[in-house]
Design a protein around this ligand. Structure first.
Ligand code: CA
Length: 229
């Protein structure tokens, strides 16, 4: 069964999430503190997606996210943020989360997000066009799903890899934010376009020489982004 880590200290919310994940066929692994979550992950390396609450009794959800990403770029991470924590969405995505869900959320909304991330993990095995794409200083290896710039490995999350793959498959072509959202997150995803911008911002920090003056991923105003040398 597909395992999902549920880190949430409020037992009523945690139970609600667990029941709904179970209903659609996931195996929830529960944790009530940040340290407990990291322990559960060590015990269950096959967890594909983690749901992380932000306000916790010990270390906060962003710190948990940071620690997971220090060793695991592959796992899908969704932050569970409160409505008042608007800024936290950005902070969470900048620390390496793939997505966020704002409380209170519906079961359908939550499971759709988990499905989307799990589908991306599944795509790895089915990728047919394995090989290398080399453009300028960048080398994308579609077999290992890795990126190098001038021979130096750049560590990417699954979402960042998918965005890079889309760019390098379409050099010089302006891609709309809707196209990027549909390709990377899936057509039935019901998130916001803003998530594209936040992930691009994070990707620029990793791949641009100067992320405040990007030359590889350029903005096409009012439309989207373009990849080019
Ligand atoms: Ca909490």
């Amino acid at each position: 069964m597909k395992k999902v880590l549920v880190l949430e200290d409020e037992t009523s919310i945690r139970s609600f999430v667990v029941i709904n994940l179970r209903r659609v066929g996931y195996e929830p692994i529960e944790a009530g503190t940040g340290m407990e979550a990291l322990e559960r992950l060590r015990e269950n390396p096959d967890i594909g997606v983690a749901l992380l609450d932000i306000m916790l009794p010990d270390i906060d959800g962003f710190e948990v996210c940071r620690r997971i990403r220090a060793t695991n770029q592959k796992i899908g991470i969704i932050m569970l943020s409160a409505r008042t924590q608007e800024m936290d969405k950005v902070t969470g995505l900048m620390t390496g989360a793939d997505d966020y869900v704002t409380k209170p959320f519906s079961p359908a909304e939550l499971t759709a997000r988990v499905d989307a991330l799990y589908r991306r993990l599944g795509d790895d095995d089915q990728e047919s066009d394995t090989g290398e794409i080399i453009q300028g200083p960048f080398k994308l290896n579609t077999r290992n799903r890795t990126l190098e710039k001038n021979g130096q490995r750049i560590r990417l999350t699954q979402v960042e890899y998918s965005i890079m793959k889309m760019f390098m498959d379409n050099p010089g072509k302006a891609l709309s934010r809707e196209d990027i959202l549909n390709t990377v997150w899936g057509r039935d995803y019901f998130g916001e376009l803003k998530i594209v911008d936040v992930n691009i911002r994070r990707l620029r920090i990793k791949i641009e020489d100067d992320s405040t003056n990007p030359t590889y991923i350029t903005t096409v105003w009012g439309f989207g982004y373009k990849w080019g040398m």
